[in-house]
Design a binder for this molecule. Structure first.
Ligand code: ADP
Ligand code: MG
Length: 704
């Protein structure tokens, strides 16, 4: 290792740099988390201005893609329109063309921000109203005279800003000057953390050149190379973490189950009343191979609702039992645990086996009996909720832990499961399909089996979009289905902030439906009911004692009521896409034709329209998840924190798929050759990795 490392300069607080100082440093930290030189180098421009990318105002045309223009503010005025007020800013380009920038909100701030004569770059979609071209709520940057002329031949970087940044003079121009001075004085202290071999294998720009060029590109080509290099680097460390975790996991010895035994074959060939789908067969093969490898299995089965994951889990469990191991089957709620217990009982009875059930609400005697059976090893499987991982539950010989709806469990709960017995193989199941690009990052440390096939004979759910004026028709249809003995769900949205208002919606909907359908038994379930009452309503619905179930979105993922064939979703425009798809998955669980009716208001945002159309177009959860990801962007897809998705500064997992795959290959290569990063050529990578990834994710590293 060299005497001084690159970290010395990178970790220096920005307040010591020329042009920063205390006040600016604190605003910068507050507004954009820029504290150290490293953060400064990662404070990437939001946009670039140069002659080749700025449009002429005189030659504007309407279009869906945003454009950038540069002009001088002429005057601002507030216009009192028919229904709303708006603020219009008239802007003139160097070519004499004029356009308007329009705001419907935040007049005061906009009025304060601009004065006649200001030179400004605007960025937005162009629309035409009469003879005027205009941009509504455009993104903008104030420019100085030199910047506005666009005649420097340079590509000018524009940075994230805001009111607080403006108030302390941290304009784009100032930021550029600070970064420029930094490079002049300290540029030589930077090093490229990547060794030459890595750069040449993946045709990457030198890291020092890229760090500078992203702020001061000489050409568009140089900017493009620098962008790729920095995206690659960002994604590389995440993939390095995942590759390292995988390597550590596969070093953990696992119980060896061996070849399939007659018990498994009998289950598949004689007990099941249907043929396995080929996706189910593949997933089962994966499990058999994993549990034969001598390493601990960490497999995620990803399959849409109704794709038949439970059957795969039961087969895996029987496979374990035939080799002398018990399984734990963990579900997130009591209802789901009971449901699994019920179907397991039926699957296992012909094989003269029975599952044990453990839940929080069962009686003491029942619980003691289940505990004894598990501890003595007389039952092959314990099914239950969190109750399964309590200290007083011991297995005789636990070899496999199955976690249903795994995203509902925290890392610690999975870790506790893993610590039980002799580190069981882990089989995780999720009904939330995830686009491949995200799966590579989110689940990059797991092996994944994808079940992208529905059992034969299943009729796809028919989805219809309806507005209020056709409610009569919808109710007539519902009445007809109920008359045929079917059951239905009517779901109302639940937005946390206004739980009371939403509840009122559901309650008045419930009352209206009772009046409309006197011949039916109508039930109501919502989040404010105590758990046992909620469970009671759900049980009655399952038993067929309730025909029409009105609910807020508390209907459990995975609840299986085959006789329910209609799902009506009220205010469908307010639901997220994956939520809509999950709800639709509650019906279509038998050979009966099922229907999903999306009741939507007339006023829909463009995004809401896209969501509803996607629902009407396809039943495929993977396709839905791709659309969802496109609409929302990766960061928002699950909510960054919850999902464990890293906070990316420059790369975009949805857009940068190719770079992601290369970064993954690079990370895997390095871990294969030098798992501990001991090679001096990897010293800088190791420093950064240990500091920013390993420690923070230690927890994550314990179990998958
Ligand atoms: P998931 O948990 O993936 O939502 P389940 O395992 O609950 O799905 O299966 C849904 C329904 O489909 C169950 O009633 C199950 O018996 C049935 N099923 C599973 N596999 C098949 C298959 N290969 N052919 C026909 N029906 C199947
Ligand atoms: Mg299931």
């Amino acid at each position: 290792m060299p005497a001084s490392t690159e970290s010395d300069i990178l970790d220096r607080p920005v307040r010591f740099l020329k042009g920063v100082g205390e006040k600016r440093a604190s605003v910068w930290a507050e507004a954009h988390q820029v504290r150290t030189v490293r953060d400064l180098l990662h404070f990437y421009p939001r946009r670039y201005l140069d002659r080749s990318t700025v449009a002429s105002i005189r030659q504007l045309t309407e279009g869906p893609d945003p454009v950038t223009v540069v002009g001088t503010v002429q005057y601002a005025r507030v216009v009192d329109g028919r229904s709303t007020k708006r603020l219009e800013l008239v802007v003139e380009g160097a070519d004499g063309g004029r356009m308007k920038a329009v705001w419907f909100r935040g007049f005061r701030w906009v009025q304060r921000a601009f004065e006649a004569g200001d030179r400004v770059a605007f960025h937005g979609k162009v629309q035409r109203f009469g003879r005027w071209f205009s941009m509504t709520h455009p993104d903008y940057d104030r420019l100085d005279a030199a910047e506005a002329r666009l005649d420097t031949g340079r590509i000018v970087a524009l940075y994230p800003g805001g009111e607080a940044m403006d108030n302390v003079g941290l304009t784009s121009r100032r930021v550029r000057r600070i970064v420029y001075t930094f490079f002049k004085e300290h540029g030589l202290e930077l090093r490229d953390p990547f060794p030459e071999t890595l750069r040449s294998t993946f045709d990457l720009m030198d890291g020092r050149v890229a760090r500078r060029a992203i702020h001061f590109p000489k050409t568009q080509a140089e900017l493009a190379r620098a962008t790729v290099r920095l995206k690659f680097e960002e994604l590389f460390y995440i993939q390095l973490l995942l590759a390292t975790l995988r390597a550590q996991r596969s070093a953990v010895p696992g119980a060896v189950f061996g070849a399939p035994q007659p018990l498994l074959t009998r289950f598949v060939n004689e007990v099941l009343p249907f043929e396995l789908t080929s996706a189910q067969r593949e997933a089962l093969k994966d499990v058999i191979a994993d549990t034969q490898s001598g390493h601990q299995m960490n497999r995620l089965v990803q399959g849409d609702v109704g794709s038949g994951k439970t059957v795969v889990a039961v087969a895996a469990m029987l496979h374990a039992w035939s080799h002398g191991y018990q399984s734990a089957f963990m579900a997130p709620t009591e209802i789901l645990a009971e449901q699994h217990h019920h179907s397991l009982k039926q699957y296992l009875a012909p094989l003269d086996l029975a599952p044990a059930l453990l839940t929080g609400s069962q009686g003491a005697a029942e619980r003691r009996e289940a505990q004894a059976a598990l501890a003595e090893g007389t039952v092959p499987v314990g099914v239950g909720t969190h109750a399964l991982i309590q200290d007083d539950v011991a297995f005789d010989r636990l070899g496999l832990a199955i976690v249903d709806e795994q995203h509902r469990f925290g890392v610690e709960q999975r870790a506790t499961m893993f610590e039980k017995g002799e580190r069981p193989h882990m089989l995780l199941m999720t009904a939330t399909p995830i686009p491949r690009s995200l799966a590579m990052t989110l689940y990059g440390d797991l092996d994944v089996s994808i079940m992208d096939e529905m059992p034969a004979g299943r009729k796809p759910v028919e989805t219809r979009l309806r507005t209020e004026k056709r409610r009569g028709e919808v109710y007539a249809f519902l009445r007809d289905q109920l008359a045929q003995g079917r059951q239905a769900y009517v779901v109302y949205p639940l937005v946390e902030e206004s739980e009371k208002v939403d509840l009122k919606d559901a309650v008045s909907g419930y009352e209206a439906l009772q009046a409309q359908f006197p011949e039916a038994t109508v039930g109501l379930v919502h989040g404010q009911l105590p758990t046992d009452e909620k469970d009671d309503v759900m049980r009655r619905f399952k038993a067929g004692a309730i025909d029409l179930l009105v609910s807020t979105t508390v209907i459990e993922v995975g609840v299986d009521v085959a006789n329910a064939t209609v799902m009506i979703i009220e205010h469908a425009e307010r639901f997220g896409l994956s939520q809509l798809h999950q709800l639709r998955g509650r019906v279509g669980r038998s050979d009966q034709q099922s229907y999903c009716i999306l009741m939507a208001g007339y006023k829909q945002s463009a995004e809401a329209k896209q969501r509803l159309q996607a629902m009407a177009r396809t039943n495929d959860g993977f396709e839905i998840s791709e659309v969802d990801l496109k609409i929302r962007g990766a960061g928002d897809f699950f909510g960054t924190r919850q999902s464990g998705l890293p906070d990316l500064k420059i790369a975009d997992i949805t857009q940068d798929q190719d770079i992601l795959e290369e970064a993954r290959a690079a990370a895997q290569q390095i871990v294969a050759q030098d798992p501990q990063l001991r090679d001096p050529a990897h010293a800088d990578i190791r420093t950064h990795f240990e500091r920013y990834y390993v420690r923070r994710d230690l927890d994550f590293a314990r179990v998958g």
